[in-house]
Design a protein around this ligand. Structure first.
Ligand code: ATP
Length: 901
């Protein structure tokens, strides 16, 4: 009989085991894992094959039929449906079927576009990997959450998203936000003790469930369920969070459409009434009213807005900015202030220790990057690594979470670069962290956190418990009681000298850390209160070079009227030195402490004129955002930690760091940078402006068609003339030109000089006076051309079908040439590069073919009541289209000149 393997059965049916009722050791036993080393590679491979990747099957959102129905239930579409139905009632079957098929095609396109935009946004959101820290094969390592298997040991820190269901076996002040699972919005404190079998899910404080987040503290847990087997995975629909695809602009458009609908409806009724009063046949007047409604409604507008935004999203993704909320695409174009972190965003976050100061002596450290080749020298001579200097290096290496690894010729780091730099410095002094860690085993730790600004670890020293601390000078110097001398003996603290050295290092743009220790008489659990009465060991100064790309990007932002503000946790002097290196015109820095002393009104005043904020606590970022917003600024704010989340949510555009950011920050943000680089924000702002431009181009191009068509119908009724275009022909024009011509504008590349103009004011309407004038002009030209040539045809004895075919072709041809004009709002199309938008030419060619088919292909002639026309007609149409394009061109020049004077 085969032996029963508890690990297999437990992991295969995770739901049958009440993990919370087991002691942590029992849970580890059941999962066949040693918590101190984790699983081996072989075990991982075997479990991965058995359980599959840690991915949840996404539950589909709304069913397709409902989404399609929603497309049909829009007011504009309902009008078309009603028109189609009544037309059918009147026995006009061809018209009715064409109107209804247009409705269906339109709904189909809308549905498809929306689904595509949603899909693309969701895919982009997924493309931002979720890294987790695990212990495997005795080592800490980072991997993507999808690779977790039951039995894995997961290390948790503040800001992490819990990647799978965990049985906690270790924790320090661990608090999670379980609201997405339990609805409880307050952070839940965790422990590791076993609980009663029947404890409710929401009260299982020794468990952490997938999808919830760590808001404070740290911990470690064993994976007991992955993917669909997790509690979250089992609650269908919970993760089907379809991204929001409406934006302020689409909502504005919806309001505009509704408003238009009423106006058009009123006008149609009026037309109908006027016609009847003039003694026209009710049927003809009804068809005229339908034509008016169909013509004046910009059917293509909603789809075009969504498509243009979606193209913007794709372009931004190529430039390393992942959009999580579509509204950000628009807002980016009107951003006036970018508040950016320093470390890693404006700088490379590649730390190298350059200077050391201990026992009154300064040391230089040579070498590059994380390669531990280099020397520690004093006055050009190799330094003796003993006494205070040795202790300083030891503190740096032990009070440390990072690790160094050789990867071929390169050295890779895991963890915080600031800490990795200390490991490298220690190795340059001949001290290896592995040996040190074995000699002085760690008993406890207070991890670094941006509010505390230091990190402390407790070790078992030579018989005596030891505490090592490293962190910001302002925080730790007041806690120091004495300092070590060159021989390693405690002497009186010379705080003024320490401050002067720190100031000198910071003045060169270096990050300064203070290292200290404390020796205890006996062991006890580490608390923040014990970080006091310290012995100062020394200072380290490390460089973090500015990102070259950031320097150019800041210059571009300035010329685009976007202010850049550096908000950092670092020292004011360091921050100012870096600010100057990257081209921020900062005279002085405002510190977090000064900021705390200001009331809201004062802060609003000061914040606007300050470019560097130093020693800022994450919570203060929220106040800053609000202060700037109160001054009418449109604020983009970067962040990475869990405490940054409120500011990221409050900002007009919250930007999270894709590489170093916590999951909580990413979730709060509207945009995630995949390379953490400031230059990508500037690129996204540029794209945002481009998207807005293209939207305006589309609207400027499309509205004249609708207005022109409306005018033609109204004029026909007022003058008692036959309709120059039928409702069906109007639908043909609207649908074909919107897709084949108008949408190509969404692909227009960004225009030169787009970053040389000020940000768009959010309150300004989409169309300004000049554009409205242009739209009216083109509408009138369409009216004149279509009506004029239509009447001329009739007067020359051509049939009604021929005359209408001419009118339809006037509309399309004028629009084709007007499209050239709309490729840029200010420049001539020849200045843009003839082939910079290939879609443009493809659209024009396709449109031409369709028009020829409409004019000459019998089936289309029959369906749309058109008829072949002669060369003379084409010449007249062409001449008129050219003439109108010339007139529009002149108007554009004139209005540009007026704008620039
Ligand atoms: P930002 O990314 O916002 O520009 P920052 O990364 O420069 O900020 P923080 O990480 O908040 O700033 O660090 C603030 C201060 O805390 C630093 O100036 C340094 O003195 C100290 N510090 C930074 N990292 C560590 C660490 N790993 N251990 C101990 N102290 C640290």
């Amino acid at each position: 009989m085969a032996l029963h393997d508890p690990a297999v059965s437990a992991a295969d049916q995770p739901s049958t085991v009440a993990w919370h009722s087991l002691a942590a050791e029992q849970a580890a036993q059941q999962l066949n894992v040693d918590c101190s080393t984790g699983l081996s590679d072989g075990e991982v491979a075997e479990r991965l094959a058995r359980h599959g990747p840690n991915l949840m099957t996404e539950t589909p959102g709304k069913p397709a039929w409902r989404r399609l129905l929603e497309q049909l239930l829009q007011p504009l579409v309902l009008v078309l449906i009603a028109a189609g139905a009544i037309t059918a009632g009147l026995g006009e079957w061809t018209d009715a079927s064409v109107i209804l098929s247009v409705v269906l095609v339109n709904a189909g396109i809308g549905y498809w576009q929306e689904a595509k935009a949603e899909g693309a946004l969701a895919a982009l959101a997924r493309s931002v990997a979720t890294p987790v820290t695990v212990r495997r094969g005795g080592h800490r390592q980072q991997l993507d959450a999808s690779r977790l298997v039951p039995g894995d040991v997961v290390i948790l820190a503040a800001g992490d998203r819990i990647p799978a269901d965990l049985r906690l076996f270790q924790q320090r002040e661990l608090h999670t936000d379980d609201s997405m699972l339990t609805g409880e919005s307050l952070p839940v404190g965790k422990h590791t003790d076993p609980l009663a079998d029947d404890t409710l899910l929401a009260e299982r404080a020794n468990m952490a469930y997938a999808g919830t987040t760590v808001v404070a503290g740290q911990g470690a847990g064993l994976v007991i369920a992955t993917g669909d087997a997790t509690e979250t995975g089992r609650i269908a629909g919970l993760i089907a969070n379809a991204p929001e695809i409406t934006t302020p602009l689409t909502r504005k458009m919806a309001t505009f459409s509704n408003w238009l609908l009423w106006a058009i409806g009123g006008l149609a009724l009026l037309t109908f009434g006027v016609g009847l009063a003039r003694g026209e046949a009710a049927f003809d007047m009804f068809m005229a009213a339908v034509a008016l409604a169909v013509g004046a409604i910009p059917e293509g507008l909603p789809a075009a807005v969504t498509v243009t935004l979606a193209i913007g999203v794709a372009r931004m993704a190529k430039r390393r900015a992942i959009i999580r909320r579509l509204a950000a695409v628009e807002t980016l174009g009107s951003t006036t202030v970018i508040c950016s972190d320093k470390t890693g965003t404006l700088t490379e976050n590649a730390m190298t220790v350059r200077m050391l100061w201990t026992a009154g002596l300064g040391y230089a450290v040579s070498g590059h990057g994380y390669t531990p080749d280099g020397a520690i020298t004093h006055d050009g001579l190799p330094a003796r690594i003993d006494g205070a200097l040795r202790e300083c290096l030891v503190a740096g290496a032990l009070c440390n979470e990072a690790s160094l690894r050789r990867d071929g010729p390169h050295w890779q780091i895991t963890g915080d670069p600031t800490e990795a730099a200390l490991l490298v410095a220690a190795r340059k002094g001949g001290l290896d962290e592995h040996t040190l860690r074995a000699l002085f085993p760690r008993r406890d730790e207070l991890p670094f956190d941006a509010c505390r600004q230091y990190m402390a670890t407790a070790h078992q020293g030579d018989g005596q418990p030891l505490l090592y601390v490293k962190g910001a000078l302002e925080r730790l110097l007041p806690l120091c009681r004495d300092q070590l001398d060159a021989r390693g003996q405690p002497v009186a603290l010379d705080a003024a000298a320490v401050e002067a050295i720190a100031e000198a290092y910071a003045g060169q743009g270096m990050r300064v850390l203070l290292l200290a220790r404390r020796i205890f008489a006996e062991n006890s659990a580490l608390t923040a209160g014990m970080v006091d009465g310290l012995t100062l060991l020394g200072l380290v100064g490390m460089i973090d070079p500015p990102r070259k790309a950031a320097i150019g990007a800041i210059r571009n932002c300035h010329s685009a009227g976007i202010r850049v503000k550096m908000i950092t946790g670092d020292h004011a002097v360091t921050a100012l030195a870096i600010a100057r290196q990257i081209g921020l015109p900062a005279e002085r820095a405002l510190t977090g402490r000064e900021l705390a002393g200001l009331d809201e009104a004062q802060l609003a005043e000061v914040a606007q004129h300050t470019d560097v904020f130093a020693r800022v606590e994450p919570e203060q970022k929220l106040r800053l955002v609000r202060a700037l917003q109160s001054r009418g600024e449109v604020v983009a704010m970067t962040g990475d930690g869990v405490n940054d989340a409120p500011a990221l949510k409050q900002a007009d555009i919250g930007i999270a760091m894709g590489l170093s950011g916590t999951e909580v920050a990413k979730e709060a943000a509207a945009m995630v940078l995949t390379d953490d680089n400031f230059a990508s924000i500037e690129a996204a702002a540029e794209e945002g402006r481009g998207v807005w431009d293209n939207l305006v181009k589309f609207i400027t191009w499309t509205l004249p068609t609708n207005f022109g068509e409306g005018l033609v119908i109204v004029a026909a009724i007022l003058f008692g003339a036959t309709l120059p275009i039928t409702p069906l022909q109007i639908l043909w024009i609207n649908m074909t030109t919107a897709v084949l011509l108008g949408l190509t504008l969404a692909f227009e590349p960004i225009e030169r000089g787009i970053m040389h103009r000020p940000p768009r004011r959010q309150a300004t309407p989409v169309l300004d006076g000049a554009l409205i004038r242009r739209i009216v002009l083109v509408s009138l030209l369409l009216l004149g051309g279509a009506f004029g040539l239509f009447l001329r045809e009739l007067a020359q004895g051509h049939t009604l079908a021929e005359a209408r075919t001419v009118a339809v072709n006037v509309f399309v041809m004028v629009e084709m040439l007007y499209l050239f004009n709309c490729r840029s709002l200010s420049r001539g199309f020849w200045q843009l590069g003839l082939f910079s938008n290939r879609w443009f030419w493809a659209g024009l060619a396709a449109m031409l073919v369709l028009q020829l088919l409409l004019t000459y292909w019998p089936p289309l002639n029959a369906a749309f009541q058109t008829a072949p026309i002669g060369r003379q007609e084409w010449l007249e149409i062409g001449a008129f289209a050219l003439l109108s394009s010339l007139i529009v061109g002149l108007e554009k020049r004139w209005s540009n000149r007026r704008r620039s004077t």
